[in-house]
Ligand binder design. Structure first.
Ligand SMILES: Cc1cc2nc3c(=O)[nH]c(=O)nc-3n(C[C@H](O)[C@H](O)[C@H](O)COP(=O)(O)O)c2cc1C
Length: 333
C-alpha cells in the first residue's frame, strides 16, 4: 500500500500522547492507519539533544515524523536525519498555537508567512526522498480563511508539497490556550471541502472534531482524500482503530481490543526489563474499553496501580479480567 493510501486515516501528532509506546499500541489495533510522532523541533534534532526522540520500532510503520521549525536549512537537515532514521514521511507543523512555539516563530503563526513555509517545504523536499507534507490551520486571528487558505496551499503546492492535513478551524494566537484553540474557534469543514475543488491534485486530509469512523467515511465519500483523528483516537482507540482496516482500507479484519492487550504484554515485559515503568505504556491504554462493562475498573486499576513499585504485566492481566466478555457486552448493549 502506498503512503497516500495509508493517509486515508491517520492518528494526529499529539505532544506527550503519541509517543513510541502509544504508536506501538495503536499499530496493534490497525495495521494500515498512518501514525504521526509528537512534534520534534528541528533545532533539537539538528543540535543532537533530541535524537533519542527518533527511537521507534520498524513494526510501527508507516509512521510520519512531525517537525516544528521555520529555518529552511535547519528543517532540511532535520528532515534528512528523520528520513535516515526510517520515517516514511516528514510533516511540517503549521498548526500548533502554543506560546513556546509562537516565540520560536513556528507552528500556526506561519500561516501568516506562506512564502517562508514554501521555502521550508522546498528545502526539506530537496533533502529527502520521502514525501514532505504540511499540517496547517485554515488561518489565524483576523485572517479571512477563504482568502488565505487557498493562497497558502498554492504556495506549498508550488514548492512541491503533494499532501496536506488541514485542521478545519482557525488558531487564535492571542488570548486562547492551546487546549482552547482545539475547541473554541469554530470548525469550517465546508471550506476544506472547497479546497479539494480548487486543488484536485493535492491530497487533502481533514482534521478537527471527528469522532467516529462513520463520520470519517462520510468525508472520504464526499471527495476528501484522508481523515486525521486526534483526541477521539487516543481517548477511544477501539472505536476509531479496531474496524479501520476493513472499513477504511478495505483489507484485513477488525482487531479485538482484548487481543491487543495480550499482544502488548511482551512489549511491556521488554520495557520493564530495560528499567522502564509500566505506567509509561499503560497510560495510553486507559481508554481502550470505553463504553464496555468493566471499563471503569480497567481504567482505575491501571491508573492507580501502574505507578506502584514492582507493578508489571500481572496487573494488566488482572485489569483485563474486569472487562466483561463480548457476548455479555452485546446483551447489555
Ligand atoms: C494533547 C495534544 C497534543 C497535541 N500536539 C500536537 C502536535 O505536537 N502537533 C500538531 O500538529 N498538533 C498537535 N495537536 C493537535 C492535534 O494534532 C489535532 O490537530 C487536534 O487535536 C484536532 O484534532 P481532533 O479534534 O481530532 O483532536 C495536539 C492535540 C492534543 C490534544
Amino acid at each position: 500500500m502506498q503512503i497516500n493510501q495509508h493517509a486515508r486515516l491517520s492518528v494526529a501528532p499529539m505532544m506527550d500522547w503519541t509517543d513510541r509506546h502509544c504508536r506501538h499500541f495503536h499499530r496493534l489495533l490497525s495495521e494500515h492507519a498512518l501514525l504521526y510522532t509528537e512534534m520534534v523541533t528541528s533545532a533539537a534534532l539538528v543540535r543532537g539533544q533530541a535524537l533519542h526522540l527518533l527511537d521507534h520500532t520498524l513494526s510501527d510503520h508507516p509512521v510520519a515524523l512531525q517537525l516544528g521549525g521555520s529555518d529552511p536549512g535547519e528543517l532540511a537537515e532535520a528532515a534528512r536525519i528523520g528520513a535516515e532514521a526510517g520515517y516514511c514521511e516528514i510533516n511540517l507543523n503549521v498548526g500548533c498555537p502554543s506560546d513556546r512555539v509562537q516565540s520560536g516563530c513556528f507552528g500556526a503563526v506561519l500561516m501568516e508567512r506562506p512564502a517562508l513555509v514554501a521555502e521550508c517545504v522546498a528545502a526539506m523536499q530537496r533533502a529527502v526522498d520521502v514525501p514532505v507534507t504540511v499540517k496547517c490551520r485554515i488561518g489565524v486571528d483576523a485572517q479571512d480563511p477563504s482568502v488565505v487558505l487557498p493562497e497558502f496551499l498554492a504556495h506549498i503546492v508550488r514548492a512541491g508539497c503533494e499532501r496536506v492535513i488541514i485542521h478545519a478551524r482557525k488558531a487564535w494566537l492571542q488570548g486562547l490556550s492551546p487546549k482552547e484553540n482545539r475547541d473554541i474557534p469554530p470548525l469550517d469543514y465546508d471550506l476544506v471541502r472547497q479546497m479539494k475543488g480548487l486543488f484536485p491534485n493535492l491530497h487533502i486530509s481533514i482534521n478537527g472534531g471527528i469522532t467516529s469512523l462513520d463520520q470519517a467515511q462520510e468525508f472520504l465519500d464526499g471527495g476528501l482524500d484522508g481523515v486525521m483523528i486526534g483526541r477521539a483516537a487516543y481517548q477511544d482507540p477501539a472505536a476509531i482503530l479496531c474496524e479501520a482496516d476493513p472499513r477504511i482500507f478495505g483489507t484485513g479484519e477488525a482487531s479485538l481490543p482484548e487481543e491487543a492487550v495480550l499482544q502488548m504484554l511482551p512489549y511491556i515485559e521488554d520495557h520493564l526489563s530495560q528499567g522502564g515503568k509500566l505506567g509509561q505504556i499503560t497510560r495510553h491504554m486507559l481508554g481502550l474499553f470505553t463504553g464496555r462493562p468493566g471499563a471503569r475498573a480497567w481504567r482505575r486499576m491501571l491508573s492507580e496501580g501502574a505507578h506502584r513499585p514492582g507493578a508489571g504485566t500481572d496487573l494488566v492481566r488482572e485489569a483485563l479480567q474486569q472487562i466483561a466478555p463480548r457476548e455479555d457486552c452485546r446483551k447489555v448493549g
